[in-house]
Design a protein around this ligand. Sequence first.
Ligand code: PLP
Length: 324
Amino acid sequence: MDLTPPGLADVHAARARLQGLLRPTPLIRHPLLAQELGLDVWVKHENHNPTCAFKVRGGLNLIGTLDPGARAAGVVTATTGNHGQSIALACQRYGVPCTIVVPLGNNPEKNAAMRAYGATVVEHGRDFDEARGLVEQLAAERGARYVHSANEPLLVAGVATYALEIFEDLPDVDVIFVPIGGGSGAAGCVTVRDGLGKPTWIVGVQAAGADAFARSWRGPQRVIGERVATFAEGMATRVTFDLTFGILKRGLHDVVTLGEDDLRDGVRLALRATHNLAEGAGAAPLVAARAWRDRLAGKRVVCVMSGGNLDLRTLRQVLGADGA
Ligand SMILES: Cc1ncc(COP(=O)(O)O)c(C=O)c1O
């Protein structure tokens, strides 16, 4: 497995590959949000991508590089949803057979979306990490390409194209808040920041109920969480991954962890102040910026709204918990 961290040249190559397939996403300063947070804050709307998440950039980049033999053998992957939608969309675009394993009880709307892109979806295991076990077995049995959700330089380079857009639109950005699950999005931000030689802080955001990355990043050694307890499924992972962890251990400024009430409040804040539907992970950077308000005085802040795939049941719960 190639775990060479991508560089800026790889991100530019990814952007060339995505040309004509994706448009740059908007970077918007919502006055209501700026007012409510008391910050010079901008939102990078990765929820406006096809599949409603940033992951699509990585999938199109990786699948676009497969040779005809690999395309014919097909692809297998594990996901809680957005990575899978990205791979399913890319496989449909390039005519590649695609099997996706999701944990039992996974967001039904994400499963339906992956099937709508033509993927075969198999439900297996208690969580994302158990689902991954079956993927490894299927890849070995079929000779199919196992697309890992984080240990893939081409995925990191692909998703890093959003960071390139941020720095082009706002060259003097001081801080970027980005949610962390497997770490590809944050690693992409670090890659571009370093490639451009910028001093910008990249700050990760995690759920307190799934904080293996945060504890690993802070502590002397990498830890594995016992369970994940968060509705923000994009950040629901118990483990860290070699490629992204290596990049982030060196390049991340800090990591903020948020409780479930805060994450729910973030979804409501996104609706109220930006009129966007953000899923838990996509809203998390807004709440992290709010928690850091004092430290961010005078700074120019970007929050990555990484995805908007919130299912109706969860949305009802989030709105119901408002007490309004
Ligand atoms: C909406 C959303 N935000 C953030 C993340 C975390 O991204 P990464 O795994 O690159 O850290 C995910 C992962 O699936 C996601 O779907």
